[in-house]
Design a protein around this ligand. Structure first.
Ligand code: NAP
Length: 232
């Protein structure tokens, strides 16, 4: 582990991936402050069970997200694992749906990067996404666009913040058991399994182990997308 890693800030701690990350951080004695939106009961349960701190925010609200971040103490690690999708095709995606996906999935990640950059001290930022662009996949366009934006954001921000010993990387997950992939049709899930070298979806714990490794152990990967998808 990098020296003196004590505090993490996790976006979307109540999610399938986020809660596995919170467990992994607790196992490694790193305290997390984590966000929730609708899942208040789960947030309270995780905070009590793991000794972390839950904070409510709507990540679609830029002012509220900025105010929340500005109220936080310095943190060694930021993990963004909040997201929305919805199995929509292009004709069904209205502007409000597009804007909401961009706000929750990308705008809040941008605000997190800007917050970390302003503090100009060592920090590891991991943005959790679902696309590494090494494959061509049939994804909902608004979700795909937001995931593509994360990798470009990380690449550009990495150059600005690198001199301050801040790393920004993306973990691009393939379909897992549960979480945002619950919107996949049975046929699409079968396709993923057929074309995955491991022939199965991942588990949230498998995802969390890589994400936490990148957040706590990495020292020289910068501005990159790490695919964790069973070989799709
Ligand atoms: N699971 C998969 O198979 C999979 C595959 C590829 C990529 N990923 C990526 O992994 C990340 C996490 O996905 P997941 O599977 O853990 O999703 P999930 O179980 O649906 O959890 C989504 C998380 O985002 C939070 N969230 C949603 N809207 C929000 C809002 N307006 N304001 C604040 N928080 C909000 C939710 O909070 P509340 O529950 O409190 O409302 C929850 O913590 C996403 O970036 C996704 O793209 C997952």
């Amino acid at each position: 582990m990098q020296p003196d890693v004590k505090r993490a800030f996790v976006f979307g701690g109540t999610g399938t991936v986020g809660s596995a990350i919170l467990r992994e951080l607790a196992r490694r004695s790193v305290h997390a402050t984590f966000t929730y939106h609708r899942s208040e009961g789960k947030a309270k349960m995780l905070a009590t069970e793991l000794g972390h701190t839950a904070v409510h925010v709507d990540l679609a609200d830029a002012a509220a997200t900025t105010a929340l971040l500005d109220a936080q103490p310095v943190t060694d690690v930021v993990i963004h694992a909040a997201g929305v999708s919805g199995g929509l095709a292009l004709p069904e995606i209205d502007v409000a749906t597009w804007q909401h996906a961009m706000a929750v999935n990308v705008q809040s990640a941008f605000l997190a990067c800007r917050w970390v950059a302003a503090r100009a001290r060592r920090c590891d930022v991991v943005l959790v996404g679902g696309l590494d662009r090494a494959q061509s996949l049939p994804l909902p366009p608004h979700f795909a666009a937001s995931q593509g934006a994360l990798s470009a954001l990380a690449m550009a921000v990495a150059h600005e913040v690198g001199p301050h010993d801040i790393r920004v990387n993306v973990v691009a997950l393939g379909p897992l058991e549960g979480g945002i992939s619950r919107g996949l049709t049975a046929r699409r899930r079968k396709d993923y399994e057929t074309f995955s070298a491991l022939r199965r979806p991942g588990t949230p714990d498998e995802a969390a182990k890589v994400i936490t490794w990148l957040a706590l152990e990495n020292s020289f990967i910068q501005g990159k997308v790490i695919a964790v998808n069973g070989g799709i």
